[in-house]
Design a protein around this ligand. Sequence first.
Ligand code: MSP
Length: 652
Amino acid sequence: MASDTQGTGSFYITTPIYYVNDRPHIGHSYCTIAADTLARYHRLRGASVLLATGTDEHGQKIARAAAERGMSPQAFTDEIVEHFKLMWERLHISHDRFIRTSEAGHCHAVQVVFEKLKANGDIYLGEYEGWYCVPCETYFPEAELVEGKCPDCGRPAEQITQPAYFFRTSKYTDRLLRYIEEHPHFLLPEFRCNEVLAFLESGLRDACVSRARTNWDIPVLSDDTQSIYVWFDALINYLTVAGYPDDTAKLDTWWPPQVQLVGKDILPRFHATLWPAMLMALELPLPETIFGHGWWVTDTGEKISKSKGAIIDPYDEIRTLVSISGCTTAVAVDAMRYFLLREVTFGLDGSYSTEALLARFNADLANDLGNLLNRTLPLVERYLEGQVPEPGPGAGGLAEQIAAARSQTETALEALDFRTALEAIWTLIAATNKFIDTREPWRLHKEGKRVELAAVLYDVLDCLRVAAILINPVMPMVSQEIWSQLGLEEQEPAWEDCEAGRLVAGTTIARGEPLFPRIDLQRAQQRLLVAQQAEAGAEQEGSAQMISFEQFQKMDLRTGRVLEVEQVPGTDRLYKMTVDIGEQQPRQMVAGLAQHFSPDELIDRMVVVVANLEPATIRGVESNGMILAAGEEVPLALVTLDRDCEPGQKVR
Ligand code: MSP
């Protein structure tokens, strides 16, 4: 349970720091929006808030991604970091700190932690023997591999043996088990906590926390052969943000975090075990709550991440929503924030689809919230000269609903249950819509019941005001817009004003355009279908460059031994070669290797040959196959075999 700061304390909340080998997608955005919502909620309650997010930049994975782009890791990360910053700006994320692990201050903090734990014996030198998954930056004992592959991502793991430093996680197993049992809100949701307990009960192995020195990881200060393992480095970001190690006053203010949000994949192995054990070793208090949220998959069940193909860019989705509904971008951003937190219980997995986003937009935003605003303000203009009336003696008809919505929203947000919080707010909105239907202000007007009419409209406007505050953490822009349409621009919204009767009579409303234009779902569906077809068409065109596996299989690649080499008369470039490819007769081939390889460098070499290439006559010499070599313009290197094998073996 997130500590209830009641407006007096400080509230430190973190997201994971994201790898920069990828552009931000809906999975990253989900967690960051959830963290932003809690940060905004606690700010509204008057707490001082530190919302931190950032990027995890070291490690082989990043170095490789940079190399693939022909860039230095620093230049590469500098570029990708901007995508994250832009995405957070677009999604109205109000982070107070964006930390990059390549910052000097962070490297210093990591080195201090490492040396401190090395000095007290919690980090020791050993020998790492085992398996490493490069894409996941994770070491695995053999028993955890699945058919030799990484249990997390399914890609092949690499076997390695090397001297390395280890952190004595094992020493902290029992203490951690006790801590978890005594602090029921430490690991949430409960079912994930149980998974962690099961993982812990099988005992923790010491964690390998260094690797042979690389040029893109934080060096171990006291050993120039070693660099610090990227996960050890990454976890410490939470301490760096809070001022560790040098700014003790800052650390006193912010440590420990009240809430740390992470995805379910990085909970058991890292945030729920290695991380608390590191803090225990440093004799620092543990975070109050670490929450493992679920994953978004596509509606066909695919994972949403670069490695698995299906990327969903939330901003593309927001643009689609703008173009289909005609709402403003600010409203569409808030609609996306609302959708992600309302559609699925935080902690569980959910499947994402544009259709589901549009359906929620219509049902909850246009029909419920938008409709309440759009039907109320014209009545106030028409019957009350656009001014908030006096409450009147019959007022307060919705006070109970307001109190219930507020307290349920608070309880739910303290428990990080965004869905229930939003349901509570929507119950109030539905009750207010129903209140209008049953009290029929138009009838009261007709019957000349001015006092009663004023009381009803006051209650409705007051509910709209409360709803605007309650939705503020999730939909800050929509909240602001409703706030100004109610004529409250001069006033700062505060959580404590979620109480019936605080709307000041005499306020002049300022009706604006409808925020949520209703979508014709059938037409929208057709548009989406056409767009999908166009996209599929473009993909198909793009794949004209590709060959299918069947096409590849048609190629007869075989091993061959070069038997004879001689220059093709009258050419500088061409050799006539005979190559044994395991058939009765050696093959004759013509190859453009003469300017780069002497006959001696070729004779007896094992090469790879395309055996079913159409025969051709080149400079009068028949060629029955092609010898493979690397190099675009000229042959730079032969494709040879790294072990002995017979000529005629299939190459696949
Ligand atoms: N760099 C590490 C975290 C270090 S924290 C000290 C990392 N980065 S990540 O970029 O791969 O993932 C960051 C977060 O995004 C994780 O919490 C992960 O669960 C989350 N998500 C990635 N794809 C996701 C979905 N499809 N859905 C929801 N969250 C997902 O791990």
